[in-house]
Design a protein around this ligand. Sequence first.
Ligand code: F6P
Length: 373
Amino acid sequence: MTKSIGILTAGGDSPGLNAAIRAIGKSAIRSHGWSVIGFRDGFRGLMQDRVIRLNGEALSGILTQGGTVLGTGRDKVDAIDIGGTTMDMRGVMLETFHAHNLTALVCLGGGGTQKNALKLHNVGMPVVTLPKTIDNDVYGTDRSFGFDTALDIATEAIDRLHSTAHSHHRIIVVEIMGHNAGWLTLGSGLGGGADVALIPEIPYSMEAVASAITHRKGSGSPFSIVAVAEGAVDIELASQLRELRVQRKDAKASERVRLKALGKALFAGRTSTLDIAKDLEVRTGLESRVTILGHVQRGGTPSPSDRILATTLGAAATRSIANDKFGVMIASKGDGYRSLPLDKVAGRRKTVPLDHPWIETARNLGICLGDHQ
Ligand code: F6P
């Protein structure tokens, strides 16, 4: 009997998803003669059995398209909202899987998707995953597809902001996505020549940032580009959040829930990019403006590098299924890949290590990272 496999995409969309879908599908059809279906809108589509047949025609012409032809969603497989009630729907998802006689399900996504896939694997569904996210924060992989394209977009934005900041002698504060990791901000800050880069891994002090800008002004550069990661926090808030994490470790279950909610609320109330710009204006005497790049970073045509990465990992996912190797994420490693057990990946996040060469390089070039170094 012909083997069948399923594919779904989950979490935020990112450039390269269609290249990966195409690679999994084409290699499955051409190298193995399998049939391929896709589930719409992530795990919800799996639960609701909303399916699209991924034959040669459906897979044709999608390599260069941004987004995901399957649609996506941010549901949790064991806590999905069903008409106002939160339910564990893994049993129903397993039924759909078996109803289609699938050999495996390939889940394309970021950190949340790796957790969901592991939860399905733990109830007996053979899964293989791929790492995609513009944030580049999936644990265990050198790169996630989507990152390179988003890095291009953020860098180009900084390039464009330079000439206008220079002409008006202004500070331009540009907010960059990346969730709680600084890869996109630090990378585009280096690539675009930002003067300040504030990332979640290094809590900032407004005093240090203002002093760096004032110093530039004094040396004949009365304009600055400040790249701020959406998850950046100042030193005071970082220390409060750290303290809460310590308290949570020893707390009873109900208290842990309360402390977690408190941490979330404090984080949500962090100094906004608009407030950073206003504060810098007061401290430096330079006019300031704000640009929030937002979802622009997730859209558009994937870069060649993301297409190659997604295609390489997609074909490797099909080989993993052919070799009956399940419960793994196909991670990028150098120009190739490696298989990592999902339980080594799920629940962990790859942030920028403080000894990373990009941090050292930024410091060498005099880019202010918001601390007092
Ligand atoms: O994970 C990708 C990402 O774009 C993050 O950088 C950002 O924090 C988040 O998704 C935004 O999510 P949403 O598209 O649901 O607003």
